[in-house]
Design a protein around this ligand. Structure first.
Ligand code: AMP
Length: 211
């Protein structure tokens, strides 16, 4: 059993790849969705998380590490690899993660994309409010009329995909998340994928790593 950590800036296509992996039966944990579920519970914790996420900031490390490690523990009952999107996302979170899991079990997969392309991808992103499937108005549109292919719900723009918030998320990424790419590289655990190609080419590369 291995942990496949998907790394990359907002808009690098992690969400799209994770959906495809899920469809093929891979086990995936999506940190953003776990947080959005917590927000929907309207709990005190959810309220606190909502204020942070809506600004494009990162939820504090201690809270994320505790939340994610609890979920990972619940999930390690089988021998299946676990693909994780969005955690760890800071040097502090990597430290928390490495305390709980040994290096031999970790593969960090970095989806590399230039910044100008990221902005274009993020501003065109739409999601289904019900099943959370991710679309793009240009690169991956729904089959009809901006409605979800599965739920037929009108797609929405996520609050954190609004233009000012996108700018903030990209700058938070540069400061807090990009350093972890180097950290995994120095440990010899990093695989880099050119994520400026088609969705299916990137998917093929990820699956090759998972073989
Ligand atoms: P995502 O859907 O992965 O872009 O995540 C949406 C938002 O959830 C981010 O902009 C952060 O506010 C928050 N978030 C997701 N993952 C983490 C994490 N590992 N640490 C802190 N905040 C996170």
């Amino acid at each position: 059993m291995r942990y496949i950590l998907l790394l990359g800036p907002p808009g690098c296509g992690k969400g799209t790849q994770v959906e495809l992996l899920k469809k093929e039966g891979f086990k995936v944990l999506i940190t953003g969705d776990i947080l959005r579920n917590e927000i929907e519970k309207n709990s005190l914790l959810g309220e606190r998380i909502k204020r942070i996420v809506n600004k494009g900031e990162l939820v504090p490390d201690d809270l994320i590490v505790e939340l994610m490690e609890t979920i990972i523990k619940e999930d390690t009952s089988s021998d299946k690899d676990i693909i994780i999107d969005g955690y760890p996302r800071t040097v502090g979170q990597v430290e928390g993660f490495l305390k709980n899991h040994s290096d031999e079990k970790i593969i960090a997969v970095y989806l590399k994309v230039d910044k100008d392309i990221l902005k274009k991808r993020l501003t065109g992103r739409r999601v289904c409010p019900v099943c959370k499937r991710v679309y793009h108005i240009e690169y991956n549109p729904p089959k009809n009329d901006m409605k979800c292919d599965v739920c037929n719900e009108p797609l929405i723009i996520r609050k954190d995909d609004e233009p000012e918030v996108i700018e903030n998320r990209l700058s938070v990424y540069d400061k807090q998340t990009q350093p972890i790419v180097e950290l995994f590289e120095n440990k010899g655990l990093l695989r880099v994928i050119d994520a400026q190609r088609t969705i299916s080419e990137i998917f093929t590369d990820i699956k090759e790593i998972l073989m």
